[in-house]
Design a protein around this ligand. Structure first.
Ligand SMILES: *Cc1c(COP(=O)(O)O)cnc(C)c1O
Length: 231
């Protein structure tokens, strides 16, 4: 049963938190349900799981619109400006703000819907060409600009997708660096910016991420099994 996998991941998170002197309840587990059927989400929902992550805006929209009992969906994947409309009223949090162009699109849709969109800033910490996200160096000016220009956007923290590595220990410096970046931003005291959320860690490395300060981990494979992209 999926809930057994979920509980196993949750237990690992709680143990890692205690090891690091943190409170387990400070870490949210997001079950990444991308490519998986609605019935998988509903199975976990029936067991009390509320937080789910989706990569594709249309998939998030379709699942949101068809689910039998409401859950919280997080938009965790890259977001194109023309797809903001699908998630603005459906995602509790957009994890992937990475350009002023996207911020403009979110601002416009949020204003139209008379709401304030909660977002995380995606940081490409390791500066991999294959990944989206702003660089460490541009994070502070970027956040200042978004906070100043866009009243319908509320920044809640940072997100990163760490490199794909065999040994999760290799990502420890990335997670530690993200936590430091979060602290550096907090010390800037930017108006209209909260820096409480640090979204990092996936199936391969979430335990290390929790030890280094993650407040949200996004775990798919360890809960739902391998994904098949050819369907
Ligand atoms: C797919 C995905 C995850 C989950 O990946 P797993 O390795 O299956 O745990 C987490 N974050 C993002 C942004 C993803 O796209």
């Amino acid at each position: 049963m999926l809930i057994d996998n979920y509980n196993e991941v949750r237990k690992n998170i709680d143990e890692a938190a205690v090891r690091a002197g943190r409170k387990p309840e400070d870490i949210t587990l997001i079950a990444v349900s991308k490519t998986k059927p609605l019935s998988d989400i509903e199975e976990l929902r029936a067991a009390g799981v509320m937080e789910f992550g989706e990569n594709k805006p249309q998939e998030l929209r379709d699942k949101f619109d068809n689910i039998s009992a409401p859950v919280h969906f997080h938009q965790i994947g890259h977001l194109q400006t023309n797809k903001v409309k699908y998630v603005i009223n459906r995602a509790v949090l957009i994890h992937s703000l990475d350009s002023i162009k996207l911020a403009e699109a979110i601002e416009k849709e949020a204003e139209k819907n008379d709401k304030v969109a909660e977002v995380l800033i995606e940081v490409n910490f390791a500066e991999e060409d294959s990944k989206f996200g702003i660089t460490r160096e541009t994070a502070i000016p970027f956040i200042k600009e978004v906070a100043e220009k866009f009243p319908h956007i509320k920044i809640k923290g940072l997100m990163t997708i760490a490199p794909f590595v065999d040994d999760p220990e290799e990502n420890r410096p990335v997670f530690r660096g993200m936590k430091q970046l979060l602290l550096d931003i907090i010390s800037e005291n930017i108006d209209n910016v909260d820096m409480n959320v640090l979204s990092m860690g996936m199936t391969n490395d979430y335990i290390v991420a929790v030890e280094e300060g993650a407040t949200m981990v996004r775990v798919g494979t360890a809960i739902f099994g391998e994904r098949n992209y050819n369907i």
